[in-house]
Design a protein around this ligand. Structure first.
Ligand code: PMV
Length: 320
């Protein structure tokens, strides 16, 4: 009754921001992401009738704050009458700082729990279950370029391209560590309820999805860059115009954006994207990775840079 799974975070190029249904955690808009290779979460789940309660250890420390969300996810995968579980998770990157740690964590959790309880859900079902816990987690079930579409009362995942077919790199500039100010669930609801730009955001998403899908299909970096940056800045504009406003960037985020702009002016194939946190992710072609890493590392205030390729979806691993 135990299993271990590993999953990588994904970075949305066309963002999910806003919920259609908070109960089922269904997104108001579709999204397109890339699953990363070298940042990962390893999740071990053990069901045991003799345990008095569920427990959760994150990076070697007991974590009671996240436990209810993890327990609810296990109930959804296995059923409410399941045995209690001991869950332990380890990530090789800072968690809760806009690096999509919940995506890799919940993708790995559903895969491990499914195997430990011998449920044999399909990949699609696992994606739906991961998405109920964290919208972006559904996308980490698959590797490479992934589209998450709204499909009536459920979500639908499409694999647009495996990682090996268009091996881009991502350079993550860490501009601050520590948990983010406002969690994404609360922030999305604030945007939906108060941002005058929110209805236009939802309305325009299909056009951005279509443009990005076509650029990925044609492997046209410049077109993907243009629509991804537009979509990212549009999402942040929705947040900035919310009441209260939500500004996830810091001064170093802007320094990094400027570094990317300068590289682009020199013809370097790179673009940026930023999620609900202060880190900047620069997506580039492999030929550009050294210069992008160098420039971002030199941007004033950057604490560290991490370089990764694109990788595979959530999977079981042998930890015995
Ligand atoms: O899945 P959540 O609730 O962590 O929300 C993710 C929201 C963004 O990272 C900002 C965008 C996205 O599509 O990943």
């Amino acid at each position: 009754m135990r299993a271990t799974a590993r999953a990588q975070p994904n970075i949305a190029l066309i963002k999910y921001w806003g919920k259609r249904d908070t109960e089922q955690n269904l997104p108001a808009v579709g999204s397109i992401s890339i699953t990363l290779a070298d940042l990962f979460t390893t999740m071990r789940v053990e069901f045991d009738d003799s345990l008095p309660a569920d427990s959760l250890v994150v990076n070697d420390r007991q974590n009671d704050a996240m436990l209810p969300r993890v327990s609810r996810c296990l109930d959804a995968v296995v059923g409410g009458d399941r045995s209690r579980a001991a869950v332990s998770s380890a990530s090789n990157f800072p968690i809760a700082a806009g690096l999509a740690s919940s995506a890799s964590a919940f993708a790995a959790l559903v895969v491990a729990a499914d195997a430990a309880a011998e449920k044999q859900h399909s990949r699609e079902q696992l994606a739906g279950l991961a998405g109920m816990a964290s919208g972006s987690a559904a996308r980490s079930i698959y590797g490479g370029f992934v589209e998450l579409a709204n499909d009536g009362d459920s979500i639908r995942l499409a694999r647009l391209r495996p990682a090996a077919e268009w091996p881009l790199n991502v350079v993550v500039a860490i501009t601050a560590t520590g948990p983010k100010a406002v969690g994404s669930t609360q922030a999305m609801e604030t945007s939906r309820e108060t941002s005058p730009f929110y209805p236009r955001w939802v309305e325009q998403q299909q056009a951005d999805l279509d443009a990005a899908r076509a650029a990925i299909s044609d492997k046209e970096f410049a077109r993907l860059a243009t629509v991804a940056e537009h979509n990212c800045l549009k999402m942040h504009s929705v947040m900035w115009a919310s009441r209260p406003p939500m500004v996830y960037w810091n001064a170093t985020t802007l320094e990094c954006m400027d570094a990317v702009r300068q590289l682009q002016a020199d013809g370097v194939p790179v673009f940026f994207t930023i999620d609900a946190g202060p880190q900047l992710k620069a997506v580039c072609e492999p030929t550009a990775v050294d210069i992008v890493r160098e420039r971002l590392a030199a941007a004033p205030g950057v604490e560290a840079v991490m370089v990764t390729g694109l990788g595979a979806g959530a999977r079981l691993i042998d930890d015995d």
